[in-house]
Design a protein around this ligand. Structure first.
Ligand code: GLN
Length: 485
């Protein structure tokens, strides 16, 4: 398949009248209809609604409106409200749930001229690293269908990698945008905590959740990010602060930029191909004029341990509302307790139950201090480590994933190894930092690898500038993977 037009390209073509939004959306729907049987990126394709919305975009363009995303087809992870569609978090407990309207992200995308083509598959409630925890089906990696696409935003990543859409949105609590992006050879960006509103995002772990784009280029990610970023009175954690000019920053280059390679991510246990890829990134930044150093952020080594206490504790509290009374199928009306127990027993899958149990335990009186309290204290120390590191460096670089996408079924019986897939993405989540994964090469067997660039809080412009420099020189194919073509 020839390269599918990107976000910026599509918006320019539709804005100038060279193409219509309807034609763009029809083309995306045709690609999905033709190809998604192989990958299962979508839980549902909402073609009729999308075409209706595309006609509205064409009318706005004809009326002279300038729309930064005119006619851009996007896929939304199924944990964000989009008016007129269901939101199920790929869970039985939210079967049939109709949100009251758009999430803030969907509303901003709509205002900018984007069109929603479907609900992307995900790990149930965004808990997982492989999209195998979906109550619906497993999504396959477009580079190799025997492999997972990563997760939890695996449907979003696969939809972009397969060339169905130029842009998709995911949520990232501990890596769920960046890890699947790396596994699928696309760009995935998690903004600083507080940059993007979570109004209408079904909460997993509220002190960590952020929404961000997945695209085929860094420039496209910057465009989508700029449209959705900014203060929102409906989410009190958003910050009232200028978004800056992420697209303008793309051309800045890295000459003179201090780029620190994360010491804790190097050394023995590192997969040899991942290590070689990291070396190539070091050369790219050096050749582009950056001042490349090594930087230590010592407590990144305990990030996974902190994360699984904090994220599970918050999840157990957030998911208490799914009780068979307010949402989802109700098990029986016999007595209230039985109703709760049965609805939750049937409604949640095994991984979600595991997190609820872990989290409830960590918050139980008598254990609270030993687990949650302690994890939160170490989390603050990790943030301090990053602050110290960013006093000496402008951006921090490490791999996005410890190994390329694994085989479907390979880690389903071993949750702890699954959790280790997030070893490089969780630190930025705990510290609330902006971070991007850029496709950086293929392994000998043709699987994508990704390099991650982290910036200081609100340092999105620096992150985009460094990511663009890496993208420009990285050895990564432009074409859609052969199996998707
Ligand atoms: N894989 C991690 C987890 O299972 C991260 C998920 C996420 O970022 N939503 O919790």
């Amino acid at each position: 398949m020839s390269a599918v037009p990107g976000v910026i390209e599509t918006a320019a073509a539709v804005s100038s009248g060279r193409r219509t939004a309807v034609a763009e959306v029809e083309a995306a729907l045709a690609r999905i209809a033709e190809g998604d049987g192989r990958f299962g990126a979508f839980l549902e394709v909402t073609g009729d609604l999308a075409l209706e919305e595309a006609r509205a975009v064409d009318a706005r363009v004809a009326a002279g409106e300038r729309l930064p995303l005119a006619g851009v087809a996007v896929a939304m992870k199924d944990n964000m409200w989009v008016a007129g569609r269901r939101t199920t978090c790929a869970s039985r407990i939210l079967e049939g749930f109709q949100p009251p309207g758009d999430s803030t992200v969907a509303a901003r995308l709509r205002r900018a001229g984007a069109v929603f083509v479907g609900r992307a598959n995900m790990d149930e409630f965004a808990m997982g690293s492989s999209t195998e925890n979906s109550a619906s089906h497993v999504t396959r990696n477009p580079w190799d269908v025997s492999r997972v696409p990563g997760g939890s935003s695996g449907g979003s990543a696969a939809a972009v990698a397969a060339g169905f859409v130029a842009g998709a949105f995911g949520s990232d609590t501990g890596g769920s945008i960046r890890q699947p992006a790396a596994c699928c050879g696309v760009v995935g960006f998690k903004p600083t905590y507080g940059r993007v509103s979570r109004y209408g995002l079904v909460a997993f772990a509220s002190s960590l959740d952020q929404i961000g784009p997945l695209t085929r280029s860094v420039g496209d990610a910057a465009r989508l990010y700029r449209v959705v970023a900014g203060f929102d009175p409906l989410d009190s954690t958003t910050v009232d602060r200028e978004t800056g000019d992420p697209e303008g920053a793309l051309g800045r280059g890295v000459a003179g930029m201090r780029i620190g390679f994360l010491e804790e991510a190097e050394g023995e246990g590192l997969d040899p191909e991942v290590a070689a890829n990291l070396e190539a990134a070091r050369r790219i930044f050096r050749d582009a004029g950056a001042e490349v150093t090594r930087v230590s952020v010592p407590r990144t080594t305990v990030a996974i341990a902190i994360y699984y206490v904090v994220a599970s504790a918050e999840a157990s509290s957030n998911l208490a509302r799914f009780d068979g009374v307010r949402y989802g199928p109700r098990a029986s009306d016999a007595d209230l307790r039985a109703l709760y127990v049965e609805s939750r027993t049937r409604g949640f899958g095994p991984e979600v139950k595991r997190r609820i149990l872990l989290g409830t335990f960590a918050l139980a009186s008598g254990y609270y201090e030993a687990y949650y309290g302690r994890a939160m204290r170490v989390r603050h120390l990790l943030s301090d480590d990053f602050d110290r590191a960013f006093a000496r460096t402008d951006a921090i670089v490490c791999p996005s994933i410890p190994a390329p996408a694994f085989r479907v079924g390979e880690k389903t019986d071993d949750p702890l190894t699954m959790y280790l897939s997030d070893v490089f993405t969780v630190p930025a989540s705990l510290a609330g930092l902006p971070a991007i994964s850029v496709p950086s090469g293929l392994t000998a067997s043709g699987l994508p690898l990704g390099i991650q660039v982290l910036g200081p809080r609100f340092g999105e412009e620096t992150v985009f500038a460094a990511a663009r420099a890496l993208e420009a020189a990285a050895d990564f194919p432009d074409a859609i993977p052969a199996v998707a073509g």
